[in-house]
Design a protein around this ligand. Sequence first.
Ligand code: 5GP
Ligand code: ZN
Length: 112
Amino acid sequence: MDNCIFCKIIKGEIPSTVVYEDDVMIAFKDLNPVAPVHVLMIPKMHISSAAEITEENAHVVAHIFNKAKEVAEIMGIGNSGFRIVNNCGENAGQTVMHLHFHLIGGKTLLWP
Ligand code: 5GP
Ligand code: ZN
């Protein structure tokens, strides 16, 4: 998508610190981290939000979750634990309309 900042990050048009990449996804450091480790895992395919996951594209979401442990290990938190967050839509505070999963850790996280 032409006007999507995450599509521009994928194409290298906007700089980012990529920590993992393959044919299906990239993971890069969040610009405004909320924890010592805060990475965004996104599909290279433009999917607007979790509400746009379908039978046809769900395999990319499965791929991202399959790789989450590996991304956590790259970030040094494979054993200490991590949280995966998705904000979907206005009330959830989604600000970038390209599906992304926050992988957060490196400290004890409060819940709820
Ligand atoms: P959301 O609020 O949509 O769930 O999360 C969007 C995330 O994208 C935010 O945590 C924000 O800091 C991050 N973000 C927005 N623009 C950029 C950018 O240009 N580069 C990087 N690395 N992160 C960004
Ligand atoms: Zn996009």
